[in-house]
Design a protein around this ligand. Structure first.
Ligand code: SF4
Length: 96
């Protein structure tokens, strides 16, 4: 889990302190549309959706704000952007 997604440890801190710590949850609270990955870049729903499911996005692409399995995104771009082993994003076109 990258440090940017770890905002506290309930074994060490109160939830209140974690939740209200300045700068906490920056990946969501400081979200801007230019944080969208290739799967979501330019999506008209980006501001509300913020790139879909963070867990799905991170575990499948190594990036947040980049959900590859959103049906809207797949239908719109007709493919899924994956992160290659050398860390480059590539669009894999789907026949749909
Ligand atoms: S997950 Fe889907 S709806 Fe949300 S920003 Fe990405 S492409 Fe758009």
């Amino acid at each position: 889990m990258p440090d940017e997604l770890v905002d506290g440890d309930l074994r060490k801190n109160d939830l209140w302190d974690i939740w209200f710590r300045p700068g906490a949850f920056a990946y969501s609270r400081d979200y801007e549309d230019d944080m969208l990955g290739l799967n979501c870049a330019g999506c008209e729903h980006g501001e509300q959706c913020r790139g879909g499911c963070t867990s799905m996005s991170y575990t499948t692409t190594g990036l947040i704000h980049n959900d590859p399995f959103c049906f809207h995104g797949i239908r719109t771009r007709r493919g899924v952007a994956i992160t290659t082993q050398v860390g480059r994003e590539e669009l894999v076109e789907l026949d749909c």
